[in-house]
Design a protein around this ligand. Structure first.
Ligand code: OAD
Length: 277
């Protein structure tokens, strides 16, 4: 089929159609200056999709190469936020208005179809201008100028963020940022610490429970385990807590006063006993 013939046929089919829809990808926005993903000059030719296109890849980049990630996002952001609809977008918009097209299904996250006049649009891969709360899922729409201002603000402050990041310790092996090796909620306890603690507590018959509310698990459970095995718990605390019911002895007050006093008393008792013997 010659190009001309195909062209004619396409026109006929379109005009006879009762429900024509456009399905678009990055190529429809290429002439607006937005790079495609896979073709010549495509984004995935420049950076690997598994790194820049997945949540875990992005999380890894934030930790290991935040400047590289930011530079890429800023470049794409600037292009997307200043791009104008090209004749393809405008044509699709006008076809919808004329009733030739029912709407557009797009894989693009830009707003060029909408700016080109398309009203009935479904965006399979989401929408750069729609943001979602990571916790509750609430949705908020942003205008172009909102996101442009946000990008400018982030760009202005980013230098300071880097200065701060530079101050933090970096791994001598791979160069990535280091974080304090403390356990955050939802993270597992360090296995070696747990094993060592359990080993110690299994042999324990008296446990001094000092200055803990005893509400965080699984740590509190270890103290209860000593009680359950017949051990005695001595609690030193300003006030009663979750381990109070499991403690036979309660010493309410400042640990810095109670413990030295306890020590002195113990020494006295010990020397008396030695004097007697
Ligand atoms: P691709 O980059 O895979 O394909 C773009 C297509 O557009 C190529 O076939 C080009 O030949 C063609 N093209 C380029 N310029 C054109 C022009 N001026 N006119 C007509 N066609 C042109 O982009 P998509 O197919 O959209 O996913 O990629 C699909 C998905 O892969 C994207 O939505 C994105 C990506 O990973 C997510 O982000 C989830």
């Amino acid at each position: 089929m010659t190009e001309n013939r195909a062209f004619q046929q396409a026109v006929e089919i379109l005009l006879e159609a009762r429900g024509a829809v456009a399905f678009t990808g990055a190529g429809v926005s290429a002439e607006s200056g937005i790079p495609t993903f896979r073709g010549e000059g495509g984004i995935w030719k420049e950076v690997p999709p598994e790194e820049f296109g997945t949540p875990w890849g992005i999380a890894h980049l934030i930790r290991t190469a935040p400047e590289r990630l930011f530079k890429m996002l800023r470049r794409i952001g600037e292009i997307l936020l200043s791009a104008e609809p090209n004749p393809a977008h405008k044509t699709l918009g006008s076809w919808e208005e004329k009733g030739i097209l029912k709407g557009v299904v797009t894989q693009n996250v830009d707003d060029l179809h909408e700016l080109g006049g398309t009203k009935n649009i479904y965006k399979l891969h989401g929408d750069l201008f729609r943001w979602r709360c990571l916790t509750c899922g609430a949705i908020r729409r942003f205008q172009r100028k909102d996101l442009q201002e946000l990008l400018e603000r982030i760009t202005r402050s980013f230098r300071h963020l880097f200065d701060l990041l530079e101050l933090l310790p970096h791994c001598e092996g791979c160069g990535a940022l280091m974080r304090p090796d403390v356990v955050l909620f939802g993270e597992p306890l360090p296995p070696q610490e747990v094993a060592g603690a359990l080993h110690l507590l299994e042999q324990c018959d008296v446990l001094l429970v000092i200055g803990t509310s005893g509400v965080v698990e699984p740590a509190a459970g270890m103290a209860r385990m000593v009680h359950n095995r017949g051990g005695i718990l001595i609690e030193v605390n300003l006030e009663p807590g979750a381990l109070t019911p499991y403690s036979q002895v309660h010493l309410f007050g400042e640990a810095g006063e109670i413990l030295p006093a306890l020590g002195e008393e113990a020494m006295k008792t010990l020397s008396c006993a030695q004097g007697v013997s």
